[in-house]
Each structure stands twice: as structure tokens, then as C-alpha cells.
Design a protein around this ligand. Structure first.
Ligand SMILES: Cc1cc2nc3c(=O)[nH]c(=O)nc-3n(C[C@H](O)[C@H](O)[C@H](O)COP(=O)(O)OP(=O)(O)OC[C@H]3O[C@@H](n4cnc5c(N)ncnc54)[C@H](O)[C@@H]3O)c2cc1C
Length: 578
């Protein structure tokens, strides 16, 4: 089955939820006019369908393999990546002085959305480069930018993110990789990197001339925990002063993980400095790696949230085709006793509509978040705070939606969903990683109820929920959900203990995400009605489903969000697990 880009839906979400026309009215984003938006959305859709999608199933079957220290991808991957770089897709939102087009982040996310829906495992290669560009642009020195940014922006040299170590997963501050200053010789002023990183996505491959690893490490005497980590550029091949590729750096892939999904994405155990000769350059100041890391992680978290939309779109496209094709049973209560396509049965209708509505709602939340990021980049401080608040919502709920929709996709296929040939199972297997990496969804929810609520004593959340409740005056369920979110936030900030807050964090995070996504769907339904065309028929139905089914379910989470932690500790750890 091929991928059909949902271009009309994406342009609509960019206009209505990201507010791209408003962004194009500013000097900085003046190039993002209507013609450019349509050209990018349609162009990347065709590229993804033509170049990335045909490689998806072979990537799943054959996967990445490690042969004598070299990571091999199935035939076609190298050519498709070169075409991606040549056609300039990696450079959409990159800084103009380094060869980028300087367009809004919202459009770069749309590029990712298409690549990921066509081939999620492959799309991780460009996705991680986005985080590396952000970190270097905001925290790198002028020399570092001159040396690396243009190549990262074009995608000729992709980037990676190296945080995780065996003992340091969610607790990044526990990392042990060391960085020792080099005092003399040709690399004086740089650092010797030594340590092992695990789970490094696209950590090694032959699809590009160089790979720019961003590595978190600890300098001698650094404070314990996350206050003592620093960020380093560690290229696979050292680069000379003229930007030419030099000798190989002392780093290597030790092994590849065998995974449940995304088989074409090499997940590497990376070994740095086996011969005490791995050279890295510090980004920013020592011990300020956490700041740079958060820059890197914010865009990556939004792009992982986008993966939920991507996998949901792909699963939905496969399921709708099957539901029209597969014939079983006559329609209940019909005088016509001929069997009908399963899409005619009420429960399959429920699943199809739920898949479509959830996918559109997560996409609406995604582009609303991107629009706030773009406004933040223009200096709008309130939008910047709102974007910060929305990041855990889109990351956690977007990826939960990906899993639910992919699971419904399997269900619609019946037994054939469990059989690999249909491809429905592949989406389900792929979807499962997104709630885990880039900070598990539990960690996202913890971030929401601690850092994000505390950053301004809940003012940003309160303002957002008040806006939703006002705008939803004629939608009592949505208004009630927004008021519940505001009330729970007040309780969390006043009476609730830290344990109680954390115990209710995941259901609270879902409630907030559904409130914002439901609001975005309401706004989209109004805009579609005013615009006419195909979306004016479908959008009111999908929006209605979100408002009448998903929003009430989220209201039902209030009990769990406010129940507190006492029951979770009623049994001690031994009794609980006996
Ligand atoms: C396929 C794949 C690709 C990856 N790519 C990269 C990459 O490119 N770069 C990179 O650096 N890392 C990468 N990772 C690592 C990934 O980010 C981590 O797996 C993830 O952050 C979780 O860490 P962990 O696996 O150690 O789980 P743990 O931290 O051990 O967590 C286990 C469980 O405990 C929960 N938990 C842990 N601590 C807390 C807490 N304080 N409060 C509440 N709950 C908690 C978690 O939510 C989770 O449910 C990748 C992982 C995979 C599987």
C-alpha cells in the first residue's frame, strides 16, 4: 500500500491551527506566503510518497545490520537520503546565513510529518538533525557555527543526540561519560571524550560523509547530577580549519539493538574513546549542557509528538482501505441479506471515525503548538510560555494517540491485522516507541505538574483554559473540561502534596491535551464551515466526535487525576509486587 499525503488537511491545519498567514505577515516569515506553503506541503508529500514510502516495508523486514563495524541499510536508503538532501528539504526552517530557508518551524514539522508517515524509521535520521541544528544555533560559538551549521542545515552531515547510558535513562544527570580538557598539541582547547552511550538513534551509518554527534559528558570536578553536565560536538570524522573532512575520530558502534519496531533505524551502542583519542568540542560553557540539551529536546519532543500523528495517519489510511474492501455479514436489521464491506457495520464505523477524529485532533494540537513556537521565535513572550506548556501535552498525548489509532488499525483488520503481510502490525509495533523515547510520557507528565506549572504559578495554564472555556460557551462538555483542568491545576499548586501531584500527573496531562485539542477542532470546524469544499463536510463530523466522545472521556479522568498517591503506597513495594 502506498502513502497518500493528506495535503489539504495539512494546509488547513497550518492555516487555522498554526496561523501561518499571520506568521507570513511578519518580516521574518514573509516568505511563508500561501504559494510557498502549498508548494512545500505538496512537494514534500510527493517526495515522501515517492522516495520514502516504497522503502518502508523492506526496511521493516531487513532492518539495519552491523557487518564488520559498518551499519548497512537495505538497498535504496542511501539514494533516497541523497535525494532528500539535494532537493533541500532538510533546510526548510534552517537559518538563512547557513543555507537554510528561514521558514517557520511549523513548515519544517510538516516536512517531518510527511516523511514519518511514509517511513517512520527513516524519518528519525533527519529528525534528530533538527535538534542538533537548534542546539548549535543557540549555544554554539561563531567558529563552531561556521564549521558545522551549513552541513547540518543541508543534511549532508546529519546529527545525533547522545544522552542515554546504561545507568542514566530518565535520570540523565547520572551519566558518567567523561570529557577531559586537552592542554597541548593540535587539539589543545578541546576535550578527550570517553564513555559508552546506549540507544543512539542513527548513531552510525554510511548514508552521509560525516555524522555530527552531540554528546553529553562530565568534565573533571563537575558537580554531581544534572548541574554538572556539558554538551560536546563529537564528529565521526574530524574536520580541519577549512571545513574539510580529516581523520576518523576515535568512536565506533559497538552493537545494534534488536527492536520491536522501527527496524530500519539503527539503534546503536556507541563507544567513545576506546583508544583515549576521541576529540570533542565544548558547546557553550562547562556545566551548562542541560540548557543546550533542553533546546535540543524541545524541538525533538514536538517532533516525537508528530510521530504519533504520522503513525496514526499511516494506520488510518491502511485501515480505511481494508474496511472498504473486506466483505463480512449483512448489515444488521437490513432486509438485504447480502454481506457488505465491514465499513458498513456500526462498530467498524465507530473505530474508523475514532481513528480519523483522533488523528485530526492530534494534528490540530501539533500545529497549534508549532504556531506558538514560531510566535515565541518572533519575540512573543506569552506565546513562548504557552509553547513550553504545550510541549509535554503534544509529546505525551500525540504519541498515546499514535498507539491507540495503530491498535484500532490492527483491530479493523481482524485476524489479518495480526499477520505481518497487511502492514497494520508494523504501525502498531512502530508506534510503541514514541511514548518511551525523548523522555517517557510519565516524565512528560511530571514535567507538566512540576516545572511547567511552577514556572509562573500556573498563570499560563489558567489563561489558556480560561480562553478555551470562553470560546466553548456553546460546548458545555469542552467548557467543563477546561474548567476542570484549571481547578486541578489550582489544587496541585495549593493543597496537593508533591506525591499527589505526580500520582495524578498522567491523567491530568491527558485532560489538558484533550481540552486544547478539542478546542482546536472546534475552531477548525468553524473555519471549515466558513471555507466550504470537502473539509466543510467532514470536519464538523470529526470535530463532533472529539467533542462528544473524547472530551467526556477526558472529563472522566478527573477522579484519577485528583485521587492522590495514598492508595499507591497502601502496599509496600514487596507486598505490591509479591
Ligand atoms: C529505539 C530507541 C531509540 C532511542 N534513541 C535515543 C537517542 O537517539 N539518544 C538518546 O540519548 N537516547 C535514546 N533513547 C533512550 C530513551 O530516551 C530512553 O529509553 C528513555 O528516556 C527512558 O529511559 P530508560 O529506558 O532508561 O527507562 P527508565 O528511566 O529506566 O524508566 C523505566 C520506567 O520508569 C519510569 N520512571 C523512571 N524514572 C521516573 C521518575 N523519576 N518518575 C516517574 N517515573 C519514572 C519511566 O517513565 C519508565 O516507565 C532511545 C531509546 C530507544 C528504545
Amino acid at each position: 500500500m502506498s502513502y497518500t499525503p493528506p495535503s489539504a488537511e495539512q494546509v488547513f491545519a497550518l492555516k487555522v491551527s498554526a496561523g501561518i498567514d499571520e506568521l507570513a505577515a511578519t518580516d521574518r516569515f514573509a516568505a511563508a506566503g500561501e504559494g510557498m506553503v502549498e508548494a512545500i506541503v505538496e512537494g514534500i508529500g510527493q517526495f515522501a510518497a515517492g522516495e520514502f514510502a516504497p522503502l518502508e516495508q523492506i526496511g521493516d523486514r531487513e532492518g539495519a545490520r552491523l557487518e564488520n563495524g559498518i551499519v548497512r541499510l537495505p538497498a535504496g536508503y542511501a539514494e533516497a537520503y541523497q535525494a532528500y538532501v539535494k532537493q533541500g528539504w532538510n533546510a526548510v526552517a534552517g537559518p538563512e546565513e547557513f543555507g537554510g530557508q528561514g521558514l517557520p518551524f511549523s513548515l519544517a514539522v510538516c516536512v517531518m510529518e510527511n516523511l514519518g508517515a511514509a517511513n517512520m524509521a527513516f524519518s528519525l535520521l533527519p529528525m534528530l538533525t533538527v535538534g542538533a541544528i537548534d542546539a548549535l544555533e543557540k549555544h554554539g560559538s561563531a567558529d563552531q557555527k561556521a564549521m558545522y551549521l551549513a552541513k547540518l542545515v543541508s543534511g549532508e552531515w546529519p546529527g545525533t543526540m547522545n544522552l542515554t547510558e546504561p545507568q542514566a535513562g530518565s535520570d540523565v544527570g547520572a551519566l558518567r561519560t567523561s570529557a577531559t580538557p586537552i592542554l597541548e598539541g593540535e587539539h589543545a582547547g578541546k576535550y578527550r571524550i570517553k564513555g559508552t552511550k546506549i540507544f543512539i538513534t542513527w548513531g552510525e551509518h554510511e548514508l552521509a560523509d560525516n555524522i555530527i554527534h552531540l554528546v553529553l559528558a562530565r568534565t573533571p570536578g563537575a558537580p554531581a547530577g544534572s548541574r554538572g553536565i556539558s554538551l560536546f560536538i563529537v564528529p565521526k570524522y574530524l574536520v580541519d580549519a577549512d571545513g574539510k573532512i580529516g581523520p576518523r575520530n576515535d568512536l565506533k558502534v559497538a552493537s545494534l539493538e534488536h527492536k520491536m519496531g522501527i527496524h530500519a533505524s539503527p539503534t546503536c551502542v556507541m563507544s567513545y574513546g576506546d583508544n583515549d583519542a576521541c576529540v570533542g568540542e565544548l558547546i557553550g560553557a562547562e556545566n551548562e549542557g542541560l540548557k543546550a540539551m533542553f533546546t535540543m529536546m524541545n524541538s525533538a519532543r514536538i517532533n516525537v509528538g508528530a510521530q504519533g500523528v504520522e503513525v496514526a495517519e499511516a494506520a488510518w489510511q491502511r485501515a480505511r482501505a481494508y474496511a472498504q474492501d473486506r466483505v463480512q455479514s449483512a448489515r444488521a436489521g437490513s432486509p438485504d441479506k447480502h454481506p457488505v464491506p465491514i465499513a458498513e457495520h456500526p462498530d467498524v464505523r465507530r473505530m474508523l471515525l475514532r481513528m480519523r477524529a483522533l488523528t485530526e485532533a492530534a494534528r490540530a494540537l501539533l500545529y497549534y503548538t508549532c504556531g506558538q513556537v514560531d510566535r515565541g521565535a518572533l519575540g512573543d513572550e506569552a506565546a513562548k510560555l504557552r509553547a513550553d506548556l504545550l510541549v509535554p501535552l503534544i509529546k505525551a498525548w500525540g504519541t498515546d494517540v499514535g498507539c491507540e489509532v495503530a491498535s484500532l488499525g490492527v483491530q479493523i483488520h481482524g485476524g489479518m491485522g495480526f499477520i505481518e503481510e497487511t502492514g497494520a502490525a508494523q504501525h502498531y509495533r512502530n508506534a510503541r516507541i514514541a511514548p518511551i523515547y525523548e523522555g517517557t510520557n510519565g516524565i512528560q507528565a511530571a514535567d507538566l505538574v512540576t516545572r511547567k506549572l511552577q514556572m509562573d504559578q500556573g498563570a499560563t495554564l489558567a489563561a489558556l483554559m480560561a480562553e478555551i472555556a470562553r470560546d466553548a460557551a456553546e460546548e458545555p462538555a469542552l467548557a467543563a473540561l477546561a474548567q476542570d483542568c484549571a481547578g486541578i491545576a489550582r489544587w496541585m499548586l495549593s493543597d496537593a502534596s508533591l506525591d499527589d501531584r505526580l500520582a495524578g500527573s498522567v491523567p491530568f496531562c491527558t485532560m489538558c491535551a484533550v481540552a486544547v485539542a478539542g478546542w482546536c477542532m472546534l475552531v477548525q470546524a468553524r473555519a471549515a464551515g466558513a471555507q466550504g469544499g470537502a473539509l466543510s463536510a467532514t470536519k464538523p463530523v470529526t470535530a463532533r466526535f472529539v467533542l462528544d466522545h473524547i472530551v467526556p472521556e477526558a472529563i472522566g479522568l478527573k477522579a484519577s487525576a485528583t485521587a492522590g498517591a495514598a492508595l499507591f503506597y497502601a502496599l509496600d513495594a514487596v507486598a505490591l509486587t509479591s
